[in-house]
Write a protein that binds this ligand. Sequence first.
Ligand code: FAD
Length: 452
Amino acid sequence: MAINKFLLTFAICRLIATVGLTVDPAELLRLGVDGQLSVDPSDVEIASLDFGLLSRAKPIAVLRPASAEDVALLVRAAYNSAGGFTVSARGHGHSINGQAQISNGVVIEMSSRSRAGHQLGSANNNPAPPQVSVKEMHVHVWGGELWIDVLRSTLEHGLAPKSWTDYLYLSVGGTLSNAGISGQAFNHGPQISNVHELDVVTGKGEILTCSEEENSELFHAVLGGLGQFGIITRARISLEPAPQREVESLLKKLNFIPSSVFTTDLPYVDFLDRVHKAELKLRSKGLWDVPHPWLNLFVPKSRIADFDKGVFKGILGNKTSGPILIYPMNRNKWDQRSSVVTPVEDVFYLVAFLRSALDDGEETHTLEYLSNQNRQILRFCDDAGIKVKQYLPHYTTQQEWVDHFGDKWSQFYQNKMEFDPRRILATGQRIFMPSFVAASSSSSSFSTVGPW
Ligand SMILES: Cc1cc2nc3c(=O)[nH]c(=O)nc-3n(C[C@H](O)[C@H](O)[C@H](O)COP(=O)(O)OP(=O)(O)OC[C@H]3O[C@@H](n4cnc5c(N)ncnc54)[C@H](O)[C@@H]3O)c2cc1C
């Protein structure tokens, strides 16, 4: 133990000497967390990258927390630190544009306990497993729990969450920080509409429970809040009886041409976990760990025909070059008090361009070609006045973020000043600059709260 501490101190000191970091190593060591604080190059390397493989940022250290208290200890240290350092929760690292990455700070590996990922040394060093209440029809889960593990736990009681993502190897905190949607979201709404209560570690290091009734401002801010107001350490999620086979009963209610029916009848778990099967196939062909210039847009229904003409038939020339999902959404299933933004129309569509860049000699498969097409799509929508909103948004200027949030920007900004006043959380979203960076560049043209 003493040797480990010595090695950790040595490694952090060396980092500080070589990179000129502002964190006092003793600050991190004095925390006394129950989980693991690591500067192991392989841990740092994993935290430096995400699914998109479009950007890289090396943190100083990685924390695998054993509890919410560990998370709070670290955030409190960052909040009170004289030099200042940033903290970023990382779910399963499935962002595209470095949203969970930081370079001068500590990444918290929220999903490190996952049965699908690493295990910490002993069960005592792990956050609590899901706790199902059959009577209340809800489950309490750790913020870094993967949805696949939530499903496995609840199915033991014949229950399942109401709202899903199409892919289950995502963390609860990561999807609740965005919205969490699937082809069924038109019915139950996004995952953020199916949560009763959260425990959140704010940017000041306080652990607060929040819900519709308690600390409701924080509750609504955190849902769809892109990790800006706090780190979700626990969520209480709504459950329903796990559906049985439904195809026949659904078909009975529909009018259709019998010869056009195409059905695949799968057990419920296999249906929900279907994208993972595709993942395994792609992995086996070396096609998973490649750059993913994904673009997800919410398109208002009134302009979907213009979008079809300009984008699918125009820019893409009727060629998909990768999976494209189109899902209808009902706005009345989205709580407008949350931080997420959607088009202001009763019905809008998610259009998700989920393309992988390949280096196979074909120009139309390259990262440059696909990224350029994404820019053309956004420019077309802008020029045609199609008021799309990005889902899993990525911007680089403050004006773009202000435009993205529209009427919600001033509330979003006020919430930031209240819950993360030093602006140390989730800086990889590039919405706000940490106060200590802004102060040191105050003579430059940076706005004090603007993005990088
Ligand atoms: C293969 C694949 C399939 C996907 N399918 C869907 C889908 O069907 N539906 C859908 O809605 N999305 C989908 N996504 C997008 C996914 O929701 C986002 O990538 C989201 O960020 C969740 O991923 P994550 O848990 O790995 O979070 P990360 O990428 O690690 O983090 C995302 C952001 O959330 C913050 N964050 C992470 N954990 C917490 C926490 N506990 N508290 C507060 N902030 C936190 C991070 O700091 C970061 O800013 C998919 C992505 C991939 C790669």
